[in-house]
Design a binder for this molecule. Structure first.
Ligand code: KG4
Ligand code: ZN
Length: 309
């Protein structure tokens, strides 16, 4: 629950880690069912936390995509029901807009135009946001998203689910120079992370049973460096291509320790960098509420020409 698109009143998260952990990844059907079970309770708790009644609300915002279709259907169904029961307008929000708007929750004076890097489990997108409600994709990944690559690498390294944070922790103990991994170098503002993933697979296969704890930490650090250096290289290039006063790096992978450090170094002295606090980087309701506030105001929620999915 958010006030004026900028202030978080309540932001409750129900983690599904225990539902998916034993499968080593998200099981879409279980995710959707858990959404259905949890949403009503979370809504009650959020209203209570914010000290609000349904009558106090101006608008109901819901993620309309991109995302897992079953979860989206549950969310949209519940939101439609609430909007009808409470006689409130309903706004559908692009999930990726939400990640950018998370930065506005952490810096209430932040305004477009801005350059955004949204890095999540399914996206690695560089975008230009000229004004509220307008986004233009400048570049993206040709294959895996950064978060997906981290999750798969973590799985290869025998780390638990979710993989990204576990790989981040292990990489802190490793030396990226001891067993360096290759980094993709595509022209323009495109990313590719499948090559480094395959390189890690082969390296682990070569090491076989002899793989030590130190090897695993070093490989985690090398993998993380390869992905992060690609991400910041294109960020650097986008800043070279045209000047921006504001840069936002957001999405689940923006929680990564090395990315936070390297993005700050690359942007320093050229623009103001905003990265949401960790709890607003990974998917959350507050970012959707914030984006919904601006989408409703600018009438952009129904724009089919968005092209950001
Ligand atoms: O935005 P998000 O919460 O969900 C999607 O929209 O996909 O991003 C989740 C992704 C996962 O792939 C997760 O492993 C990754 O973000 N992630 C991280 C870290 N924390 C979350 N990746 C690397 N380092 C982290 N600290
Ligand atoms: Zn996300």
């Amino acid at each position: 629950m958010v006030d004026g698109g900028r202030k978080v009143l309540a932001n409750l998260i129900h983690s599904q880690v225990d539902v998916h952990e034993r499968f080593g990844g998200v099981v879409p059907e279980l995710a959707a069912r858990d959404h259905l079970e949890r949403l009503p309770h979370l809504l009650d708790a959020a209203l209570q936390k914010a000290g609000a009644q349904p009558g106090d609300l101006d608008l109901v915002a819901v993620t309309r995509g991109p995302g897992l279709i079953g979860c989206l259907l549950v969310g949209v169904g519940v939101a439609e029901g609430l909007a009808a029961a409470w006689s409130k307008p309903l706004t559908g929000v692009n999930h990726l807009w939400g990640h950018i708007y998370a930065a506005m929750l952490s810096r209430p004076d932040l305004e477009p135009p801005l350059l955004g890097l949204v890095v999540s489990g399914a996206h690695s997108d560089l975008v230009r946001m000229p004004e509220h409600g307008r986004f233009e994709v400048l570049g993206r990944t040709r294959d895996d998203a950064a978060g997906e690559a981290f999750d798969k690498a973590a799985r290869m390294l025998g780390l638990g689910f979710p993989g990204g944070p576990a790989l981040d922790r292990l990489a802190r103990q490793g030396d990226p120079d001891r067993q360096p991994l290759p980094r993709s170098s595509l022209p323009g503002l495109e990313y590719s992370f499948s090559g480094v993933k395959t390189a890690l697979l082969y390296r682990l296969r070569d090491l076989g049973e002899t793989v030590s704890e130190r090897d695993r930490a070093d490989l985690a650090a090398a993998f993380e460096r390869s992905v992060v250096e690609s991400l910041v290289e294109k960020l650097d290039q986008a800043l070279e291509d045209s000047p921006y006063g504001e840069v936002v790096v957001a999405g689940g992978v923006a929680a990564n320790t090395l990315l936070r450090k390297r993005a700050a170094e690359v942007v320093a002295g050229r623009a103001t960098l905003t990265m949401p606090p960790i709890e607003l980087c990974t998917d959350n309701a507050a970012m959707i509420a914030a984006a919904g506030f601006y989408a409703a105001r600018h009438g952009a929620d129904a724009d089919p020409s968005l092209g950001w999915d």
